[in-house]
Write a protein that binds this ligand. Sequence first.
Ligand SMILES: Nc1ncnc2c1ncn2[C@@H]1O[C@H](COP(=O)(O)OP(=O)(O)OP(=O)(O)O)[C@@H](O)[C@H]1O
Length: 223
Amino acid sequence: MIEMRDVGFGYGGTELLSNMTLTLQSGMFHFLTGPSGSGKTTLLRLCYADLLPTTGQMTAFGEDVRQLSRDGIADLRRRIGVVHQDTQFLDHLPVAENLALPLTVSGQEVDMEALRDLLGWVGLSHHARALPPSLSGGERQRAALARAVILSPDLILADEPTGNLDWDMSMRLMQLLIELNKSGKTVLVATHDLNLIRATKAQVAARVLRIANGTLNLAGADL
Ligand SMILES: Nc1ncnc2c1ncn2[C@@H]1O[C@H](COP(=O)(O)OP(=O)(O)OP(=O)(O)O)[C@@H](O)[C@H]1O
């Protein structure tokens, strides 16, 4: 699905990540961990071609990302749902309309029944008409996840989705990601929370990738 071979990347002149070899396996749950500032967000941005590798080879859905046209990148992004670290909503639009934005901006019809189902799935049916600033942190993260999956992507990338949540809210969000994975979606969650990784691994087989010293490795069996 996403393959990197000896990929390196740096902002400006200095190399931040180097010699990264990664295969995101279709249908698999992945974690990406590593200390703050190690490059987790950067790696996720590489995965959805928001950044391009400076060295090495990278393919996404079989296509060389460096050869993609503007339309090719747009197609790629439609196949990848991203939950950003900082969930941004249009605060003047109700939650339901925010969730539907990926459809409306790409000129697609909004299936109201599917939208209601999606709101119900993330437990936000009663907040459909609410404005985003009135949501709690956990509700915002679940709304962000719903928005990320509304185009039925094959791959879901979530950047520290539980960063500001208490344990119960974190696990509630993880349950949704586990359900998505069990329904066949490939998932990659960046987190520095090892307890969250352990609790998730008790429920689903997950590969743990760790960034350390500027490169990527599979974490040991203790995780
Ligand atoms: N747009 C940018 N321009 C220059 N440097 C950047 C940029 N974005 C990130 N960096 C730097 O790259 C390094 C890795 O940042 P990144 O956000 O990928 O790390 P992270 O592991 O996701 O961190 P955190 O866990 O704190 O979110 C940091 O030193 C950061 O300051």
